[in-house]
Every structure is written in structure tokens, then in C-alpha cells.
Design a protein around this ligand. Structure first.
Ligand SMILES: CC(=O)SCCNC(=O)CCNC(=O)[C@H](O)C(C)(C)COP(=O)(O)OP(=O)(O)OC[C@H]1O[C@@H](n2cnc3c(N)ncnc32)[C@H](O)[C@@H]1OP(=O)(O)O
Ligand SMILES: O=C([O-])CC(=O)C(=O)O
Length: 440
């Protein structure tokens, strides 16, 4: 496999870089830590390392050094498609290189070969309670397949070393990732389309086949390709990426680690914000029964804030400008659904909410993030079952987090275990009483 050969070469070089940093410069300080950061969710602390993507607060995400626009422009596309192959994005995240047509074709063929889901997974999904949320079903499906893990099997047989761990991890990743959109489409049609399943189309790529199995016409295939590229990685501190990395750091296999990441993505302040945003827009339309004026929209924002709620899809822990992933979806919407009422509302909110949030004075970032707009576009194509949105996010995020944990094993990153302190210890630091023996 060419991908594996390429990775092998790159891993050799990267291992040397890591070893040099550790051996020759291990005691160089990266930063200081304040009490506010310790209590405040470690915001801004540089305590993780990844080369898969980097988030600049003002510019937004760069995947392996490429901006959203560059990626959309440079990655190979299927014939006649507007958006690149997701397989090309996976190749980029994994290797750091923009793939040639031939290199993408290898991944496309490999993914097609690997995407058949074992039958027992469907049986488990079919037997789940009808109220089970779709992302819970996806996490269960992934955990159910853990028995397929070659990494776990090799570990049990004492075959794994720090040198070769990444090879087993890669094999699991390549077995698991192509199945995620297949399982997701199955869950969608099981829950919302009377279990009227559509078989895969062997001619189609990752995003194209997903759209086909969802039963949705063009240009939903291009929107799927776009969305899966956009959300694939957001450096390693976000909850879903960090969770996956953390679980894998104890040498859990890709199945356990991804299932944990899927659970991590669910919260309304993270991946769940997509559904909250669409709900918010729909409640607004229900209340006013028309597209609001700017003044009415402003008032609705204030009503939300004054009742102690957040405006979903606005703000960010790192970004300090409009999320380029929001912009890319906005551009898609302008081209494909300019007359959609909800889409017009999203655009109007973009003119109103940043001012309101700035006046409100709490959010450090008054600009929209990717989650504000996704639900509107999904609903336009008939996917208005909000509960399903985290699953769409999971498909995309799987590409980044699975690339990350392969590299984690390749570079020998150890088990993650930060130190905690008690409140009393922080208080004694304030009192500069470092000699006192305090615990609680
Ligand atoms: C793919 C993604 O995960 S993108 C994020 C998706 N989540 C959302 O869109 C939910 C709405 N946004 C938020 O809740 C936040 O902006 C987060 C969770 C994304 C980031 O949280 P933080 O880094 O803590 O944000 P920040 O430092 O700006 O928060 C300061 C204050 O502003 C508030 N704030 C932040 N964003 C918003 C918002 N959109 N609406 C109202 N208030 C907000 C926070 O709740 C916090 O209030 P508090 O002081 O009373 O606790
Ligand atoms: O970076 C974050 O914290 C949240 C986010 O936008 C993502 O995970 O895509």
C-alpha cells in the first residue's frame, strides 16, 4: 500500500524531530499557567501537540498548513463535482501532502473495499430502543465492532511495540473509517424512513455514496463532501478530538477511542450546537410567523441572552473572527439555496448578532462558527431531524481524530495524565504560603 509506505518514510523523519526536541530542548518553557486557566477549562494553555491541523484565532483552521479555501481549490474532485473527494482530505490529513489523482484513487478503492459493515452491527442497531439518539447508535455500532480490532488482538498476543504500534492502528483506522458513513446512512433510514434502506453504489466515493444512501439528490453529494472536509479537524484541544486522543493515549484501539470521541462531540456547546441553532431559527419563525425585520431579530437575540441562554452557533473558545467553515457553507447556500427562508434568516442574523453579542459584552468572540448554518442547509435537503446532526459531524470528525491517533502511536506519545490540585492548594499559592502542607 502506497499510503503506508509514504507514512513509514515520514514517520522516520518526524520521530527524529520529536527525539531531538525531547533530548536537546526538553526543558525549554512553553508558557506559564494562571489560576484562571486552571479553573477555566485550560483555555489558551499550549499543552497538546499535533501537526494535522492548527487553529489561528484570526485566520481560522489550516489543515496541514492549507486554509479552507486552499484545500477546496487544490484537492482533486470527482468528475463534474463542485467539491473535492473526502478521501483526498483524509490523505492530506494523514500524510501532509496534497494527493495526486492516482494517490486519491488508491484511497477511494481501498475505502470501497473496506466499507462493508458486518451484519451483526445492523442487528444491534435494529434492536435498539426507538428513542435512542442517532449518535448514541453510532457510538454503539463503533464499540460493537471493537472485536474486529487488529491492534487489540496484536496487543493481546504481545506483538505490539512502541515502534510498530502505529501500523496496527493504521490498519484499524482504514478498516473503520469507510464504514462510518455507511452506518450513519443506515441509522438515518432506520429511524426516519421506515427502515427503507438504499444499498450502496459501488461507483461512488465517500461523500457521494453517503448522499446516495441517504436517498437525497444532487447537490447534496457536494454538500456532504464539503461538510465532511470542513469539520474533519480543528486542532487537538476541542472536546471530540481531545477525548479520542486521551482514550487512545492509554493504548485503547481506534474503535474504543472513536466511540469516546463521538460521545464527546454530543454536547450542545460543541457538536450539539448545530441542532440548537436550527431549533433557535425555527422557534423564531414560529413565534413571529414571518421573516423578521432586523429590529425584531435583534430583540429575539436579546430575549435569548436575557433568559440566560447562549445564541447557538456564535462564539468560540479559540476563534476570534468569523469561522471560515461558516463562510464556506454560506457561499454554498448563496449558490444553491438563496431563496430558502431559513437561509435568509441565517444571513440576516450574521448582520445582527455580532453587534448584539458585542454590546452584551460577555462572549469573547461575537462571530458565527460552523454550527450556526449547517442545520439550515441540511433541512433544505430534507434532513430536518435535528438529532441526526451530531452524526454528520461525527462522520467528518472521524477523519481527523483517526489520523491523529495513528500519528500519536507513530510518534510514541505517552499516556496523557495531567496533574490536579485542590482549591486549598490554589488558595495557598495566592497567599504565597508554599511551605504549608495543605490538601483540602
Ligand atoms: C464545532 C464547535 O464546537 S463550535 C462551538 C459550538 N457551540 C456553540 O455555538 C454554542 C454557543 N457558544 C458558546 O457557548 C461558547 O461561545 C463556546 C462554548 C463555543 C466557547 O466557550 P468559551 O470559550 O467559554 O467562550 P467565552 O470565553 O467567550 O465565554 C465568556 C462568556 O460569554 C458567554 N458566551 C459565549 N458565547 C456566547 C453565545 N454564543 N451567546 C451568549 N453568550 C455567550 C459564555 O457563556 C460566557 O458566559 P459566563 O461568563 O456567564 O460564563
Ligand atoms: O475547536 C473547538 O473547540 C470547537 C470546534 O470548532 C470544532 O471542534 O470544530
Amino acid at each position: 500500500m502506497k499510503l503506508k509506505e509514504k507514512l513509514k518514510e515520514k514517520i522516520e523523519t518526524e520521530r527524529e524531530r520529536v527525539n531531538r526536541l525531547l533530548k536537546e530542548h526538553g526543558d525549554v518553557k512553553v508558557g506559564d499557567i494562571t489560576i484562571a486557566q486552571v479553573i477555566g477549562g485550560m483555555r489558551g494553555l499550549k499543552v497538546l501537540v499535533t501537526d494535522i491541523s492548527y487553529l489561528d484565532p484570526f485566520e481560522g483552521i489550516r489543515y496541514r498548513g492549507y486554509t479552507v479555501d486552499e484545500v477546496l481549490q487544490k484537492l482533486p474532485k470527482p468528475k463534474g463535482a463542485e467539491m473535492p473527494y473526502d478521501e483526498a482530505q483524509f490523505y492530506l490529513l494523514m500524510t501532509g501532502d496534497i494527493p495526486t489523482e492516482q494517490e486519491v484513487q488508491e484511497i477511494i478503492d481501498l475505502f470501497k473495499e473496506k466499507r462493508k459493515v458486518p451484519n451483526y452491527v445492523y442487528k444491534v442497531l435494529d434492536s435498539m430502543p426507538t428513542q435512542a439518539r442517532p449518535d448514541v447508535m453510532l457510538a454503539v455500532a463503533v464499540d460493537t465492532m471493537q472485536q474486529e480490532s487488529v491492534f487489540a488482538k496484536a496487543y493481546a498476543e504481545n506483538k505490539i511495540t512502541k515502534q510498530n504500534a502505529w501500523e496496527y492502528m493504521l490498519e484499524d483506522v482504514l478498516n473503520l473509517l469507510p464504514k462510518i458513513p455507511m452506518i450513519a446512512a443506515y441509522i438515518y433510514r432506520l429511524k426516519y424512513k421506515n427502515n427503507n434502506q438504499i444499498p450502496e453504489n459501488p461507483d461512488l466515493d465517500f461523500g457521494g455514496n453517503f448522499a446516495h444512501m441517504m436517498g437525497i439528490d444532487k447537490p447534496y453529494d457536494d454538500f456532504s463532501r464539503l461538510y465532511f472536509i470542513l469539520l474533519s479537524d480543528h486542532e487537538s484541544g476541542n472536546v471530540s478530538a481531545h477525548t479520542t486522543h486521551l482514550v487512545a493515549s492509554a493504548w485503547a484501539d481506534a474503535y474504543y477511542s472513536l466511540a469516546a470521541g463521538i460521545n464527546g462531540l454530543s454536547g450542545p456547546l460543541h457538536g450539539g450546537a448545530t441542532q440548537e441553532a436550527l431549533k433557535w431559527f425555527q422557534e423564531l419563525l414560529k413565534k413571529l410567523n414571518k421573516i423578521p425585520t432586523k429590529e425584531e431579530l435583534e430583540q429575539f437575540c436579546w430575549d435569548t441572552l436575557n433568559s440566560g441562554q447562549v445564541i447557538p452557533g456564535y462564539g468560540h473558545a479559540v476563534l476570534r473572527k468569523t469561522d471560515p467553515r461558516f463562510v464556506a457553507q454560506l457561499e454554498f447556500g448563496k449558490k444553491h439555496l438563496p431563496d430558502d427562508k431559513l437561509f435568509q434568516l441565517v444571513s440576516l442574523l450574521y448582520e445582527v448578532a455580532p453587534d448584539v453579542l458585542t454590546k452584551h459584552g460577555k462572549a469573547k468572540n461575537p462571530w458565527p462558527n460552523c454550527d450556526n448554518i449547517t442545520g439550515t442547509i441540511q433541512a433544505h435537503y430534507g434532513v430536518d431531524q435535528y438529532e441526526f446532526y451530531p452524526v454528520l459531524f461525527d462522520i467528518s470528525r472521524s477523519m481527523g481524530v483517526l489520523s491523529n491517533i495513528t500519528w500519536d502511536r507513530a510518534l510514541g506519545y505517552p499516556i496523557e495524565r495531567p496533574k490536579s490540585v485542590t482549591l486549598k492548594m490554589l488558595e495557598s499559592l495566592v497567599q504565597k504560603d508554599t511551605t504549608a502542607k495543605v490538601w483540602f
